[in-house]
Structure formats: structure tokens, C-alpha cells
Design a binder for this molecule. Structure first.
Ligand SMILES: *[C@@H]1O[C@H](CO)[C@@H](O)[C@H](O)[C@H]1NC(C)=O
Length: 189
């Protein structure tokens, strides 16, 4: 009887030791190795194929602000815009690998991407829709231009003011006018 229980407990210890070895040492190492294998981009690996070309295209959605009162804007109205979309595109990416560094830690590549219009997902929008957008470049140019012009005139006006202030008589007149204006402003409140 004692004999049997000894064997059983010995086996118990053995199994525990084996479990500990597997749990703390063998399996983690195997998992690490598997993860490493599947993540590293080495020539010919699964990850490498995925890196070169995505297995499925990405969805690329475009929303555009359509100006609905273009005619009015020409006459100085504030633009009214309406968000339209999505226009859905499938984006395909393909990398051309140029070079692996010698130790395999760096990779250089160029990427081609192309977009295909997805008519089904974009409905009711189509690629031949009429859309009116603000000309951003022109707008930016006009804004800068306007600021510059204002600065130039401001400078000119300041200089004129300066000159006038130094002309006798004008100063008295201006002060009088300022006072009248101040009084009016005061009365208004
Ligand atoms: C965009 O706005 C214009 C008017 O400026 C209109 O004719 C056109 O139908 C609009 N486009 C869409 C897709 O709604």
C-alpha cells in the first residue's frame, strides 16, 4: 500500500514539475517565437506579403462642401454650404521594396496607391455630379492681398495724419471735432 502511494505522489511531483516547465518556460518561449515569426517582415514571410500588398482594399470616403448659392456670393453674400457624400473609393496600396538593410532592421520602399470608385456604396452620388466649391488658392491669395492693401493704405493714412498734426491750426480743428464726436457718442449711450 505504502509502495503505491509513494509512486502516485512521485508521479504527482513529476506532473507538477512538467507543468511548471511547460507553463513558465516552454510555452511562453514557443508563443514568443511564433509571434516574432508572424510579426517580423522577412523576405517571403506572411507578414511580408501583407506589407507589400494589403489583402483587401481600404475604404476611402470623401465628403465635400457644396456651395449652393454661388450666384449670390458673386454679389457679396456669405457662402451657404451643404455637406454631400460619402463618395466611396476603394484604396489599393502596393509597396515596391527597394532595399533591406543588412541586419534586416530597416526597409526602404516606394508606395503606389490607386483609388477605384465604388458606385454601389456611393449611391446616389456619382462621379459626374455637379459640385461647386470655393477656390481655396484664390481665396487665400485674395485674403493676403486684402491685408497687404489695407496695411499700405493704413501706413499712408498714418503718415498723412502725422503731417496734418504738425500743420498749425489743423490740430485745434481736429481736437474740436474729436470733442464733438465724443459728445455725440456720449449722448447716444
Ligand atoms: C451642388 O450645388 C449646386 C448649386 O450650386 C447644385 O446645382 C448641385 O446639384 C449640387 N450638387 C449636389 C451633388 O447636390
Amino acid at each position: 500500500m505504502i509502495h503505491w502511494s509513494l509512486i502516485v505522489s512521485f508521479m504527482g511531483v513529476l506532473v507538477a514539475a512538467l507543468g511548471a516547465y511547460c507553463g513558465w518556460f516552454l510555452f511562453p518561449n514557443m508563443v514568443d517565437k511564433k509571434v516574432e515569426e508572424s510579426v517580423i517582415i522577412a523576405d517571403g514571410s506572411e507578414q511580408y506579403k501583407r506589407f507589400v500588398q494589403l489583402p483587401q482594399p481600404l475604404t476611402f470616403k470623401v465628403y465635400i462642401f457644396n456651395v449652393t448659392n454661388a450666384q449670390r456670393i458673386q454679389q457679396g453674400a456669405i457662402p451657404i454650404v451643404e455637406e454631400i457624400g460619402p463618395y466611396v473609393y476603394r484604396q489599393y496600396r502596393r509597396k515596391k521594396v527597394k532595399h533591406f538593410s543588412r541586419d534586416g532592421s530597416k526597409i526602404s520602399y516606394v508606395q503606389d496607391q490607386h483609388f477605384e470608385f465604388d458606385e454601389e456604396a456611393s449611391a446616389p452620388y456619382t462621379q459626374s455630379d455637379r459640385i461647386v466649391v470655393l477656390n481655396m488658392h484664390m481665396n487665400a491669395f485674395l485674403q493676403v492681398f486684402e491685408r497687404e492693401i489695407t496695411d499700405i493704405f493704413q501706413g499712408f493714412a498714418n503718415r498723412l495724419n502725422h503731417r496734418l498734426n504738425r500743420t498749425p491750426g489743423v490740430r485745434v480743428l481736429k481736437r474740436l471735432m474729436d470733442r464733438i464726436r465724443g459728445k455725440l457718442g456720449f449722448d447716444h449711450r
